[in-house]
Write a protein that binds this ligand. Structure first.
Ligand code: SF4
Length: 298
């Protein structure tokens, strides 16, 4: 696969042969999957009653110091899967009642995923969700467009200083916003079925970090200046927990306060965003899937 021989799939553009070396994401020249499960803690229009058919991929182009999935995103914990096995896993999730196929951190495996989706074309009837940290190349999002129904994308920082400090990506906002533009071109309106499950559209996720509500507000303002916020849903998250952070930065060594979260929620409402607001009680380790044990989980 040419894309893997000289890998430039994400903005890191490592340009390496993944059969010989690993780049920032840690991925090799095969698909590695850490967990396959019916995931019930995504947004209600994604998880629904039965759960979202989540496939958690190993590795990640971002290296967020507080990542709650560090176990699989900062290492290659998981099992090697062929493209055929990946496509079978998608069909099996569909048979188990999943509302969608939720590709979690898919960027570094995009060409394999397209192959797997080609194999199940016609058989897979449920929407495909591209669940990303937002550090994407617009050209790669364009390639995924005909395969993806719902883009569930983070937008983590406005400040390049913060994105460099916490995720080693000073161009994060620039890349995330240019990719969001492509996602909105591909899914310009949100479409739901009769049960309120999203069939097409974009959900923009933002995790409010402790001590950085100003950055959250600036980010929401910039996005609202550039895009029509009625065309997508915002998912504001309060679930930051310091349990996953072991660094020295005092700013990240606590949960966010109600005041911090509420001030971001208030500004989002003023700016006309609509979507999902997470309960502050979700800031618990229990809400994170366990990546230990078998990769298949109910
Ligand atoms: S996907 Fe991985 S190897 Fe490829 S450019 Fe991005 S970080 Fe580098």
């Amino acid at each position: 696969m040419n894309e893997i021989l000289n890998c430039t799939l994400c903005p890191r553009e490592c340009g390496i042969d993944r059969g010989e070396r690993v780049g920032v994401c840690g991925a090799r020249d095969y698909v590695s999957v850490a967990k396959i499960m019916l995931h019930r803690w995504e947004e209600p229009c994604i998880s629904g009653k039965n759960g979202s058919g989540a496939i958690f991929f190993s590795g990640c182009p971002l290296k967020c110091v507080y990542c709650q999935n560090k176990e699989i995103s900062h290492t290659l914990t998981g099992e090697k899967m062929s493209v055929g096995e990946l496509s079978s896993a998608m069909l099996s999730l569909q048979e188990r009642g999943a509302h969608n196929i939720n590709l979690v951190s898919p960027t570094q495996y995009a060409p394999f995923i397209r192959e797997a989706l080609d194999m199940v074309r016609g058989e897979l009837k449920i929407p495909v969700v591209y669940n990303t940290g937002g550090y994407e190349k617009p050209s790669e999002i364009e390639k995924m467009s005909s395969y993806v129904d719902v883009f569930l994308t983070d937008i983590k920082y406005f400040s390049s200083e913060l994105s460099k400090k916490y995720s080693l990506a000073s161009d994060y906002f620039e890349m995330a916003i240019a990719s969001l533009e492509k996602m909105l071109e591909s899914a310009p309106e949100c479409v739901f079925d009769e049960n309120g499950m999203m069939q097409k559209g974009v959900i923009l996720r933002h995790l409010v970090l402790p001590s950085h509500r100003d950055d959250s507000i600036k980010l929401l303002e910039r996005v609202a200046e550039r895009f029509d916020v009625s065309k997508f849903k915002l998912s504001l998250m309060s679930q930051y927990t310091p349990d996953f952070y072991d660094g020295e930065d005092k700013a990240l060594r606590r949960k966010i306060t109600t005041f911090e979260y509420q001030s971001v929620v208030d500004r989002a409402v003023e700016l006309g965003y609509d979507g999902y607001i997470q309960e502050k009680t979700s800031a618990k380790r229990d809400f994170t899937p366990s990546f230990k044990g078998e990769i298949y989980e109910n």
